[in-house]
Design a protein around this ligand. Structure first.
Ligand code: FDA
Length: 310
């Protein structure tokens, strides 16, 4: 209850506090920071997908700059021989400025990835973008790029139907709050929908990236994967940087391919808020941080100033 109330007021939490408590989820400000994190993950037997933080750009120049940054990421991944691909948000590549502009930017990233034998995952944003996201992925596949895949959100009622014909899918619950007409609201419904989508994808032979930290879903998904006799390279598990890292280590030791989502960049605020919403310990973290700040302010007020020394 307290957590839910806190989620509502999260936007009122000072940015400095958000930054501090959300730092576990972000590699850092620069590509160099992301490279260091990815190298450490690779050394620990994990794969990575690199995300340049940012969404909903306002100008074509900003969208082009995001595409250029992604091409730089792909070049660096290749040069450093990292086991990583990239995840993009279409609103950062200009989706809200126009379909064609976004397609051009996306194609430049997907084509740079194809030249290097790499892969581009298109993150799924809120439901206003679902149709365009699926359409753009289909368009690029139609143009001959096989190294691009989308994300389905089991929270959305439409997702089961959307599985049809999709070849390489990251399956997750979906972070965006959506109305009941289009989205399941109860946790048990979201979980049941996740497994129904997974069944449908596996039945049609799609490669699936199972992206969840939910122990129930990890267990049920692995049971289904084993029942179908899939080998190690026919599926993968995915987790977010800073979440359940020890469980990720265990899954790697058990022999699964596991990919960690590694965001970096200076536009960290929106992503951080979304991660904080989901952290079961968020109330404690924010309360402790707020108390620390209040305490500091009191100390400063109580401290003898230059005029009070005599
Ligand atoms: P759930 O939220 O129930 O978490 C299960 C347990 O994991 C919690 O009880 C807690 O222990 C731990 N946990 C989860 N989040 C935590 C946090 N932030 N801090 C600390 N502990 C935490 N969504 C989307 O809409 N579009 C997308 O493209 C993506 N992409 C994506 C990629 C990858 C690799 C992952 C893992 C997730 C996404 N998501 C996403 C987010 C996803 O939709 C979902 O919001 C989160 O994964 C949380 O849901 P879980 O399935 O992990 O379950």
């Amino acid at each position: 209850m307290f957590n839910r109330a806190l989620v509502k007021v999260l936007p009122a939490v000072p940015r400095g506090v958000v930054r501090r408590v959300a730092s576990q989820y972000i590699a850092g400000d620069s590509l160099g920071d992301a490279v260091r994190v990815v190298r450490a993950l690779n050394t620990a037997g994990k794969l990575a997908t690199v995300d340049v933080l940012g969404e909903e750009v306002g100008t074509a120049a900003e969208a082009a700059a995001f595409a250029a940054e992604y091409r730089a990421v792909l070049e660096r991944i290749g040069a450093e021989r990292l086991d990583a691909n990239v995840s993009v948000k279409l609103t950062a590549l200009g989706l809200e400025l126009g379909y064609d502009l976004c397609r051009e930017n996306l194609e430049s990233v997907v084509s740079a990835a194809a030249e290097r034998g790499s892969f581009v995952r298109i993150d799924m944003e809120d439901s206003t973008t679902t149709d365009a996201t699926l359409a753009l992925q289909r368009a690029l596949r139609g143009a001959g790029y096989e190294n691009v895949g989308v994300v389905l959100q089991s929270r959305l009622r439409r997702s089961l139907a959307d599985t049809s014909g999709l070849d390489n899918v990251r399956l997750c619950k979906g972070i965006y709050l959506e109305p009941a007409e289009i989205a399941h609201q109860r946790d048990d419904e979201v979980r049941a929908s996740f497994l129904a989508c997974l069944d449908a994808l596996l039945a049609q032979g799609s490669y699936v990236a199972v992206a969840t930290h939910d122990e129930h879903l990890i267990g049920e998904s692995l049971w289904r994967i084993r029942a179908r006799g899939l080998s190690r390279d026919e599926y993968e598990l995915q987790m977010l940087l800073g979440v359940r890292a020890e469980r990720a280590d265990e899954l790697v030791r058990e022999g699964h391919r596991l990919r960690v989502y590694v965001p970096y960049g200076t536009h960290w605020y929106e992503y951080s808020l979304r991660r904080l919403q989901e952290n079961p310990r968020i109330a404690g973290y924010v309360a402790a941080d707020t108390l620390r700040r209040v305490g500091r302010r009191k100390d400063q007020k109580g401290a003898p100033g230059p005029d009070s020394s005599s």
